[in-house]
Design a protein around this ligand. Structure first.
Ligand code: FES
Length: 115
């Protein structure tokens, strides 16, 4: 989602994602900027299923992203800025309980079951 800026109106924005240089369009949200780089924003802490935000309007809190400076931003309501250093860690190794399915949350899709 681009907020308030037509495509190409003010150029590109350079930022880093997990230390890798990336480019987004000025007016992109952090959520959009990250999803342009890959298929997920983070992993569910319960099932490790990929997550990419839910409400996209600042209500569900499903899109918080860690910054390299220790701060966190709500990705769907924060515009990407030049020089941002964002961190989206790979999913952690599943615990035995997660592997056994005992920590599963209804509606979460186990990794590998995503079509
Ligand atoms: S996707 Fe719901 S708060 Fe960001």
């Amino acid at each position: 989602m681009r907020v308030g800026m037509p495509v190409g109106a003010d150029g590109d924005v350079s930022f880093h994602l997990n230390g890798m240089p990336c480019t987004a369009r000025r007016g992109d949200t952090v959520l959009t900027a990250i999803l342009l780089q890959g298929d997920r924003l983070r992993a569910s802490p319960f099932s490790l299923a990929p997550r990419a935000g839910f409400c996209l309007m600042g209500a569900c809190q499903d899109c918080w992203v860690q910054c390299a400076d220790g701060s966190r931003v709500r990705a769907c309501t924060t515009l990407v800025e030049a020089g941002m250093a964002l961190l989206c860690p790979l999913p952690p190794t599943p615990t035995p309980a997660v592997r056994a399915g005992t920590d599963a949350v209804p509606g979460d899709v186990p990794p590998g079951d995503v079509p």
